[in-house]
Write a protein that binds this ligand. Structure first.
Ligand SMILES: Cc1cc2nc3c(=O)[nH]c(=O)nc-3n(C[C@H](O)[C@H](O)[C@H](O)COP(=O)(O)O)c2cc1C
Length: 277
């Protein structure tokens, strides 16, 4: 399900340019109306002979520093300075658009539930190696695993299973298996082993990789960080986790609320890895 809020404007071009300067993109042009998009927000402006000014148009960002840089950019139209609002546990400031609507720029200071569209999640997910100590509730884990039920598998054999590890001694042991490559496991309050029951599938590695990435994306979409730790199909890991020796561990990922901000590592341009025949 999706939706659009439409507002009347007396000057469509000016208001469109203003919101484009904030970072919105044109999603759809229609007669007398332009629908703009910001993350999951669709906002339509239609040229009329009156102006809708009700409500607040709120833009939210991942980081407090983004709110601060927007304040520097929009100081002249701001009506308050950035500060923590303890009641709502946000960091925000208000401003006015050129037609007098109230706009707000904010970041949430506590974890938020899933809202992203898939492209944004695919682009913004990062490998996280530093985590906050906050525990992750079983309720949240179950919401993530509920999405993992839909991971594709060869012949729909559903060969995957997940093991949640919270025991600090076990986390330390798993973190030690591949030296610095596996060290992030000990930095998280929890880890998840993504396993394949090899009696159920002939496509062991494919089922495993997809189930692991499905989990990684679902976890990210619920505000949690992960990091694929390679080559974790190890005898020691199987012994300590009571996994049958012939099963396959696709990866064991640390899992927690991220305690680091990552920039996007360099990626190739389309021309370098897409070919059309
Ligand atoms: C198959 C595979 C194995 C990986 N192994 C490790 C690992 O052992 N330790 C680690 O810290 N990161 C590991 N990574 C994470 C990569 O370093 C990371 O995906 C890459 O640097 C790109 O960064 P991004 O995930 O933030 O886009 C692995 C990723 C993949 C896909």
């Amino acid at each position: 399900m999706s939706g659009i809020v439409f507002l009347k404007t007396k000057n469509l071009n000016m208001i469109r340019d203003f919101y484009l300067s904030i970072g919105m993109k044109v999603w759809l042009k229609q007669a007398e109306c332009t629908i703009l998009k910001h993350g999951n927000m669709l906002l339509g402006f239609c040229e009329r002979d009156e102006i809708d000014k009700q409500g607040i148009i709120t833009f939210f960002y991942d980081e407090q520093t983004q709110v601060d840089s927007l304040y520097e950019k929009y100081k002249t139209i701001s009506t308050s300075s950035p500060k923590i609002n303890e009641k709502y546990n946000i960091y925000n400031f208000f401003a006015q658009d050129p037609e007098g609507r109230t706009i707000e720029f904010q970041t949430f200071l506590s974890p938020i539930i899933s809202y992203q569209i898939i492209d944004e999640a695919l682009i913004k997910r990062r490998s996280i190696r530093k985590f906050k100590k906050n525990d992750i509730s079983n309720d949240l884990l179950n919401r993530i695993f509920d999405v993992c039920r839909f991971s594709p598998t060869s012949r729909n054999c559903q060969s995957f299973y997940y093991i949640v590890i919270r025991n600090p001694e076990v986390l330390s042991l798993l973190a030690s298996l591949r030296e610095s490559s596996s060290a992030p496991i000990a930095k998280a309050p929890c880890a998840v082993a993504v396993c394949i029951d090899t009696d159920k599938t002939k496509r062991i590695e494919q089922d495993g990789a997809i189930a692991a990435y499905h989990f990684i994306l679902a976890a990210y979409n619920h505000g949690l960080g992960t990091c694929w730790i390679g080559a974790m199909d190890r005898d020691e890991a199987k012994t300590v986790l009571n996994i049958p020796a012939h099963h396959f561990i696709a990866t064991i990922t640390p899992l927690g609320y991220p305690d680091e901000t990552k920039t996007i590592p360099e990626r190739r341009n389309l021309g370098e890895f897409v070919r059309f025949f």
